[in-house]
Design a protein around this ligand. Sequence first.
Ligand SMILES: [Fe+2]
Ligand SMILES: [Fe+2]
Length: 128
Amino acid sequence: MNEWTPALSTGVPLLDEHHRRIFQWLAELESAAAEERTLSSVYALVRLKHYTREHFAAEEALMKSAGYPDLDAHKAEHAAFRGRLGDLQIKSMGQDISTETVNLLGDWLTHHIAKVDMAYVPYVKKPE
Ligand SMILES: [Fe+2]
Ligand SMILES: [Fe+2]
């Protein structure tokens, strides 16, 4: 499901906003891919890549300043996903993006937020 749900909330408003926006572009990419709107797909992928890069950088900076112990492993996951988006962008120049591919990205994102992002929450969340 390419959709942000409250179950994915980290409790950090800025990061939730990033996640929501990433899912919005993913949903945009999914509908463009389903309707074979090639230019819209490529555009949505560019926006998705952009917001993903910004979000990962923000998250990594926050984890670093919080002294999060699993930062390196987390960064490696981010780098792998950025690599997938980069490969997909190159591929998209020669063929349309399939909805299956988009759904795999959505699955990765959902799992990453639910498991990997959630692990840093106790470290980065400021006491009220
Ligand atoms: Fe995240
Ligand atoms: Fe992350």
